[in-house]
Design a protein around this ligand. Structure first.
Ligand code: GUN
Ligand code: ZN
Length: 424
């Protein structure tokens, strides 16, 4: 066992932030050998229970749960900042050409190594990630994550139509490859598989049907895709699937809405779509830096809350502009203020932070496993320096309430704040 003395940030069952200004975090193996949080709370009231346990003194720092990124594309690490008119030209001009290079496992492994270094530098300890349509891109990412002992979920992209040579796959082979990869990787160490149709326009009905059959056969495997991101895309889906009630309805019609099904964006949904998300237990991965960068639109937080659907935050690199959870939380704040509901609703710093940690974990079906510092959670956490820059030091010294402290970090923070990222 090992203990850390620092300020501690975590969340209670009502999603409220809990802060111990002089806290103790004790980590160690549980009965099965899993490395978990053993105890957490006020230093003075806990310390006597752990005689002989080494305590690292990190007073002046804040220990917080590792961030959970609900939607990111590791093969788009080099696509960040690519200028295009909107989603569909961005895919054609930049994304597909970049992703075609992942047929080379050596290239995939090199990018994956850089990608995990970036996640770690930014304090992200769990990510649900797209690979590419090449099975070797999945092997490369899982091998790299396994070597680092990370909790990590990815899957082979399914895209058998409306895709150029180099990324387009074959319907039948794509489903065989998916099942092979599920059997090879799902549940190994801390790794999980996600059935990954890119989005409805690039999968034939036969491929979507096959994906739905695999989703039913392997109920604890994840599903990930994109939905209702961009108005041109929504129009295209209506032409391709005229019998479905809506874009989201296409996924429902093929058995791809259930718990552990994570849909990026969810911008252009209607009330019936949101109700369908709630009823099926599917969750939205909100990607505000991507939505602002590609001009896609604004996620409607107020409508999502009114419906009671699940959601959490995501970077969506490389449509997204940053690996930093701080940048994503700040962009979500802007969207919450200026979004389509025009209700003037804005998110509190505690809500933003929850949505990128415990809330994202809950939406992934990993509540109580990652994203929080409660006894039994994986020992994945970050050590934050609230004095990392001169302005942060000045601002955080003046914070007299927790929301002021958290807001200073969200507005001014980035990778410089993340002093250390500890996984397991
Ligand atoms: N829709 C289909 N593919 C993609 C992708 O790679 N990024 C984003 N943002 N949307 C998509
Ligand atoms: Zn995406």
């Amino acid at each position: 066992m090992k203990a850390y003395r620092a300020a501690l940030l975590r969340f209670d069952d009502q999603h409220q932030p809990v802060y111990d200004s002089d806290g103790l975090l004790v980590v160690g193996p549980d009965a099965t050998g899993r490395k978990v949080v053993r105890a957490v709370g006020d230093h003075a009231s806990l310390i006597d229970r752990f005689p002989g346990v080494a305590v690292e003194d990190l007073r002046g720092r804040i220990i917080a749960p590792g961030f959970v990124d609900m939607h990111i594309h590791y093969p788009q690490t080099d696509v960040i900042g690519a200028p295009a008119a909107g989603l569909l030209p961005w895919l054609e001009q930049y994304t597909f050409p970049h992703e075609s290079r992942f047929s080379d496992e050596g290239h995939a492994r090199e990018v994956a190594g850089f990608f995990f270094d970036e996640l770690q530098r930014h304090g992200v300890t769990t990510a649900l990630t797209f690979a590419t349509s090449h099975p070797q891109s999945v092997d490369a990412a899982f091998k790299e994550a396994q070597a680092r002992g990370l909790r990590f979920i990815t899957g082979k992209v399914l895209q058998d139509r409306h895709s150029p040579d180099g990324v387009r796959d074959d319907t039948e082979q794509s489903l065989i490859d998916t099942e092979t990869l599920i059997q090879r990787w799902h549940g190994v160490d801390r790794l999980g598989y996600a059935i990954t149709p890119r989005f409805a326009p690039t999968s034939s009905p036969a491929q979507l049907r096959g994906a739905g059959e695999l989703a039913a056969k392997y109920p604890d495997v994840w599903i990930q895709s994109h939905v209702a991101e961009n108005v041109d895309e929504v129009k295209w889906v209506a032409e391709l699937f005229p019998r479905s009630r809506s874009y989201l309805g296409v996924y429902g019609d093929f058995g791809l809405l259930r718990e552990r099904a994570i849909y990026a964006h969810c911008i252009h949904l209607d009330a019936a779509d949101r109700a369908l998300m709630r009823e099926t237990g599917a969750a939205a991965a909100i990607s505000p830096t991507s939505n602002l960068f590609l001009g896609s639109g604004f996620f409607d937080h107020a409508a999502a809350d009114a419906t009671g659907m699940r959601y959490g935050l995501a970077s969506d690199v490389g449509g997204g502009t940053s690996f930093s959870p701080f940048h994503t939380m700040l962009a979500a704040y802007y969207v919450g203020r200026e979004g389509q509901s025009k209700t003037g609703m804005s998110l509190t710093p505690g809500q933003l932070w929850w949505q990128h940690t415990a809330g994202a974990a809950q939406a992934l079906g990993l509540g109580g496993v990652v994203g929080n510092l409660q006894p039994g959670c994986d020992a994945d956490f970050v050590v934050l320096n609230p004095r990392a820059t001169p302005l942060l030091a000045r601002k955080t010294a003046q914070a007299s309430r927790l929301d002021e402290l958290l807001f200073a970090l969200i507005v001014l923070g980035d990778d410089r704040v993340v002093e250390r990222t500890v996984t397991a």
